[in-house]
Structures are given as C-alpha cells and as structure tokens.
Write a protein that binds this ligand. Structure first.
Ligand code: C5P
Length: 226
C-alpha cells in the first residue's frame, strides 16, 4: 500500500514559529512517531512525505536517525492541505492503485489502524477512519446563537487514515480545482463528487496534535505505550 503523509503545515494554532511536526514529543520530533507507526504497519510499502522544501533538511535527518527500511519520497507541499495532497497524488508511483492519506499531525496512530484501512480499501472506493462523537454538537450562527442540534447518533468525528482508489481521488481533486472547492479532508471531495465513503472504526487516541494541550496529551499517551 502507498501512504501519503501531508506534513507541510505551519505551527500557527500551536503558537510555534515552525512546522509543529518538528516539535519534540517524548524526545523525538512529532513526525517521527507518525513515521514509526507507518514503518511498523506491515501493509505499507511506500511512504510519500509532503512537506515544505524549507523543512527538507530536518525531515531528511529525522528519516536517517530512524533508520527506516521502507521507500520514502519527499514531495513539495502546497499552500493548503488540499494542495499538498494534490501534489502527493501526482508524485505517486504509476503502479499505485489505492492510496492511504494520513496527516503527519496524527502521530498517535497505530500500525493496526494503518493495516485495517489498507485491507478495507481493497473492497471499497473510499474510506475514512472515524469515531462516534461523544459531545452533543451545536450549530451556532455568527452572533453566538444556537441554530440547531443535530442528532448525535448520526455524527462521527473524521480522522485519518483516509483511503481511496487513486484514479478516482485524482479525478475528485481535479474537479475540486476546477470548481474552486475548498475542503479540509479528501473524503469531502469524494462526497462532493457523489461517491461513497465508508467508515472504518478509528481510535480514540488518534488525536490530531493542534494545540500545546494536545502535545501534553500525546506525551502522556506515548509514555504509556513505550
Ligand atoms: O493544520 P492541520 O493540523 O489541520 O493540518 C493537517 C495536516 O495537513 C498536518 O499534518 C499538516 O502538516 C498538513 N498540511 C499540509 N499542507 C498544508 C497545510 C497542512 O500538508 N499547506
């Protein structure tokens, strides 16, 4: 299975002046934990890291330090996640039929979740890891007034990995560029094109590290794993 890791963001919401994936968690850069999980997933054979060229020296030394055995490609990032994934899709080897996309910022993913998604994507055109929402979710207008309360039973929190048939996802991205769609995950493009996306059970610990609090939670979870 081919895996693309969007890793070209900034550290804005983290309050950091550099790519948050280079911040340390448990004495390793955050992205190192994501890469170690991908390396340990038996289904993954090729890893493409999409990142800003300014970070490439750091990424190269992280890859060397981890002594990873899998084939790794560095791919230039875009100005949005959507653009970064688009670049990643163009850089896939020609024989790639399915692809998993996993945010570098979800460094607590397990090898098992990668393998479960790799297996499931052989049987459907598109999938995402997701977990049922625990909170009651409110829709709120610009004045801070609640406009509705969706039925919680139908709400799932989207995670990555997300998996797709490569040709279909390329078509959806091209359509997205043509129509000017701006989305925050690849499943949304698939949905907008009227294609079915299946849910695979995600992991409660598979957090997207976004704020300093998330970093502290990641430290805690990793300290109980290793
Ligand atoms: O900012 P956020 O955490 O939502 O980004 C999700 C993932 O997308 C992160 O792993 C980030 O590095 C990546 N990203 C990207 N290119 C961008 C912006 C974000 O690859 N231009």
């Amino acid at each position: 299975m081919h895996l693309l890791i969007p890793a070209a963001g900034s550290g804005k919401r983290m309050g950091a002046n550099r790519n948050k994936l280079l911040l340390q968690v448990r004495s390793k850069p955050l992205i190192a934990w994501t890469l170690l999980a991908a390396e340990a997933a038996s289904s993954i054979s090729w890893i493409g890291i999409v990142s800003q060229s300014a970070d490439w020296d750091d990424f190269k030394s992280i890859i060397a330090d981890l002594n990873l055995k899998k084939t790794i490609a560095l791919i230039p990032g875009g100005s949005t996640r959507q653009e970064s994934v688009y670049n990643g899709l163009q850089a896939l080897p020609l024989n790639a039929e399915q692809v998993l996309i996993h945010d570098g910022a979800r460094c607590l993913v397990t090898p098992n979740l990668f393998d479960a998604c790799s297996e499931a994507i052989l049987h459907c055109p598109g999938l995402i890891a997701a977990v049922p929402v625990k909170d009651t979710i409110k829709v709120v207008d610009d004045n801070g007034i609640i406009t509705s309360t969706p039925d919680r039973k139908q709400l799932w929190a989207a995670q990555t990995p997300q998996g797709f048939d490569v040709n279909l996802l390329k078509q959806c991205h091209t359509q997205g560029v043509r129509q000017g769609w701006e989305v925050t995950d690849d499943a949304a493009l698939f949905e907008k094109c009227g294609m079915e996306v299946r849910i695979v059970p995600g992991e409660e610990t598979n957090l997207k590290i976004t704020t300093p609090q998330d970093l502290a939670i990641a430290e805690f979870i990793l300290s109980h794993r290793y």
